[in-house]
Design a protein around this ligand. Structure first.
Ligand code: SF4
Length: 338
C-alpha cells in the first residue's frame, strides 16, 4: 500500500516491538518524534489539518480502555480501540469531527488489546468483536499484521467472531491463511462506482473492493457487505441497481454472511465540517433534515422506499440472504420488512 508521507512517533513508544516493525517496513520515511500524538497538527487551522494530515501516520500508546461497547451493541459485542482515524477521506465520515487530531494513529501497545479480548471472551458465552468502528480495519494491515494476530487468537474459539470492516484491498494477510475459520468475517462497505470515486476520497473504488471481497470468498471466507451510507443522488436508482447486480453476480451469495443497508446520518457538527471542507458536496444537495436526535437524514418515506427497492433487487438474486438495516428505528424496520 502507499507509504505515509511522514511518521510521527510518541517518545514513550520508541522501544515497542510494533514501532520497530513499522519503521522497518517504512524504509526511509521522514520521522518526527513527539511528546503526545493528540497535539499533532495543532499549529494548523482545522481545515488544513483535516486536508493534509491523513497522509501521515502516528504511532502512540492507547491509555485507558482498549475495548469499548456502545449502547446499540448487544451484550458481548465490542469494538477495538487499536487504531484511531483513517487514511481514507470519505466526505460523510463522522471521524472528521469526532477526533481533533487528523493524523491516523496506530496504537502500538497491541498486546493489551489481545489480553483484554481474552478476558472478555471468558466473561461472555458469545463475543463479537468489530474491528474498524473508528478506523479502517485493514488499511494498515501490511504494516502491522494485526489481522494475523487476531485470527490466531480466535481460530479455535467458535463462540467468538471477529469482523473486519473495511474499504481496503490490503488483504494479503487474509489471503495467506489456508482454510480460514468461519468466525472471521471481512466485510466491505460498497458504494456505486461514481460515489466511491467522488465522495470516498483516497479509497479503493467499488470495483477494486468487489475484487478483494471475491478473492477472500475464493480463499474460503464468508464476507459481509455493507451498503451504508446509501446516498440519494440524481441517478441513484441506476447506480445502486448496477452495484447490486455486480455484487450478486460476482460473489457467491452462500458465502455472504449478511448485507446491511443504512442511509446517511450526519451530526450537525459534521455538516459544518462538510460545508467547510467540501462546500459543493453531493451530500448537502439532497433533502436532509435534522431528526429528534439532531442528526440529518433523508425523510422517513424516502429511506423506506430506498431500502425496499435495494432489498428487492438483492432478493431477485437470492431470497434467503440475510438483509438487515443498520441503526434505524423500529417503525422504519417494520415498514421495510413487513
Ligand atoms: S473508510 Fe470509513 S473510517 Fe475511513 S474515512 Fe471512510 S468512512 Fe471514515
Amino acid at each position: 500500500m502507499q507509504k505515509p508521507d511522514k511518521l510521527y512517533i510518541e517518545n514513550n513508544v520508541v522501544d515497542f516491538e510494533l514501532t520497530k516493525k513499522i519503521i522497518g517496513r517504512l524504509d526511509s520515511v521522514d520521522i518526527e518524534y513527539v511528546e503526545d500524538y493528540k497535539k499533532i497538527g495543532f499549529d494548523k487551522k482545522f481545515v488544513d489539518r483535516a486536508n493534509e494530515d491523513k497522509d501521515s501516520l502516528a504511532l502512540g500508546q492507547k491509555k485507558g480502555e482498549v475495548l469499548k461497547s456502545i449502547g446499540r451493541m448487544q451484550d458481548g459485542q465490542y469494538y477495538l480501540f487499536h487504531e484511531m482515524d483513517c487514511r481514507y477521506d470519505c466526505e460523510y465520515c463522522y471521524l472528521q469531527y469526532y477526533f481533533q487530531t487528523k493524523v491516523p494513529v496506530i496504537f502500538v501497545n497491541r498486546c493489551e488489546v489481545i489480553d483484554r479480548m481474552k478476558e472478555v471472551m471468558q466473561l461472555h458465552p458469545k463475543t463479537y468483536f468489530h474491528v474498524g468502528e473508528i478506523c479502517d480495519s485493514l488499511a494498515f494491515d501490511d504494516l502491522t499484521d494485526f489481522s494475523l494476530e487476531l485470527i490466531e487468537l480466535i481460530k479455535d474459539n467458535e463462540n467468538s467472531t471477529i469482523e473486519f470492516r473495511t474499504k481496503s484491498t490490503n488483504i494479503d494477510n487474509l489471503l495467506s491463511i489456508d482454510n480460514p475459520p468461519p468466525n472471521i468475517i471481512p466485510s466491505w462497505t460498497m458504494s456505486p462506482q461514481i460515489i466511491s470515486e467522488t465522495l470516498e476520497h483516497k479509497t479503493p473504488n467499488f470495483s477494486e473492493r468487489l475484487k478483494a471481497a471475491k478473492a477472500c470468498q475464493d480463499k474460503g471466507y464468508t464476507v459481509g457487505i455493507r451498503i451504508d451510507p446509501i446516498i440519494i443522488y440524481e441517478d441513484w436508482g441506476n447506480g445502486y441497481t448496477q452495484m447490486v447486480d455486480q455484487i450478486m453476480t460476482t460473489l457467491d451469495p452462500k458465502q455472504i454472511d449478511y448485507i446491511s443497508l443504512g442511509s446517511i446520518k450526519l451530526h450537525k457538527l459534521l455538516v459544518d465540517v462538510i460545508r467547510k471542507r467540501f462546500p459543493k458536496s453531493e451530500l448537502l444537495l439532497g433533502e436532509i433534515f435534522p431528526g429528534e436526535d439532531g442528526k440529518y437524514r433523508y425523510l422517513k418515506f424516502q429511506r423506506v422506499e430506498v431500502y425496499k427497492k435495494i432489498m428487492s433487487w438483492i432478493r431477485e438474486y437470492d431470497s434467503s440472504i440475510k438483509v438487515e438495516l443498520s441503526i434505524e428505528s423500529e417503525d422504519i424496520k417494520e415498514l421495510v420488512f413487513s
